[in-house]
Write a protein that binds this ligand. Structure first.
Ligand SMILES: Cn1cnc2c(O)nc(N)nc21
Length: 280
């Protein structure tokens, strides 16, 4: 489909798969002079994600992994905003802010972010109103429960039906809040309140989510659905992550959220060569 994301005068064409590079700002330690010790390495990492071909850089200040503790607004702002400012000043790439907090959303957009990536699908108090006011694209991700407890005992009546019902409800809430449908993206949230079997059923049936007629953002990179299957640590999950990403793109994913940008770009090039063999 001819989906595209629009933010001000920026436009991201989604007729071809796009790669979103993950830029997590690790828990900070103040270095002298108040600058975060981890800001420099994060800026270097942003530079490499861009040079490897990422179309979007996803900047997050709160871990959303299973069991993760919550982070205060100020802490999240201190980690995220300097990085949004750096990427905005040095690169033309799209910037997404991975947050559920309305304050972080508005400050990040003011600092140059173009997309809100909310693993809680704008369910936090005030998030809908702020997202409507900011008028930037928003990714609504499905999560069953909260990161601290979501993997305790996930249960679904029918995983695609249950996730679809969640999307219906969140889309309705967004439209009621004044968010326009062309600003919405959907994400089934691999690993967010799903067992290994749930994750692979979701991957197998992902194409059913195309019925919403909205861009799909997918994140599988180095996740436990790869690690628990192969019994390998995160550093040995590249082949599995690329395999899952390829399957996901074949089932309609538009944006793939990954750690390993260059390998994923190479995988997409192979897919495109296969589709466009006459032009080679
Ligand atoms: C922040 N984050 C971690 N995993 C994610 C996923 O699968 N999708 C989105 N949109 N964000 C994610």
């Amino acid at each position: 489909q001819g989906f595209q994301l629009v933010c001000g005068d920026k436009c991201l064409d989604l007729s071809q798969p796009r790669v979103m590079g993950i830029l997590n700002v690790t828990p900070d330690s103040f270095s002298d002079g108040g600058r975060f010790a981890n800001l420099e390495p994060a800026c270097r990492h942003a530079d490499s994600l861009v040079s490897e071909g990422a179309s979007i850089i996803d900047i997050g200040g709160e871990s959303t992994r299973p069991g993760a503790a919550e982070v205060s607004v100020q802490h999240e702002l201190d980690r995220v905003i300097p990085l949004v400012e750096y990427v905005s000043a040095h690169h033309d790439v799209w910037i997404s802010v991975d947050t559920s907090k309305p304050e972080v959303m508005s400050e990040a957009v003011a600092a140059g972010a173009h997309l809100i990536n909310d693993v809680r699908a704008l369910q936090e108090p005030g998030a809908l109103a702020v997202a409507a006011k900011l008028n930037v694209p928003v990714c609504l991700m499905h999560m069953q429960g909260q990161p601290r407890t979501m993997q305790d005992a996930p249960v679904y009546q029918d995983i695609i039906g249950d996730i679809s019902a969640f999307f219906e409800e969140r889309i309705e809430a967004c439209l009621d809040a004044g968010i326009t449908r062309d600003n919405l993206l959907l994400d089934p949230g691999f690993g967010f309140g799903k067992t290994l079997s749930h994750n692979y059923e979701l991957l197998n049936r992902q194409a059913e989510l195309k019925a919403f007629g909205l861009p799909l953002l997918i994140g599988l990179s180095r996740k436990s659905m790869i690690g628990n299957l192969l019994n390998v640590p995160p550093s040995e999950r590249l082949a599995g992550s690329l395999s899952a990403a390829l399957l996901s793109i074949q089932q309609g994913a538009h944006i793939i959220r990954v750690h390993d940008v260059k390998p994923t770009m190479d995988m997409i090039k192979v897919m495109q060569a296969c589709a466009n063999y006459q032009a080679l």
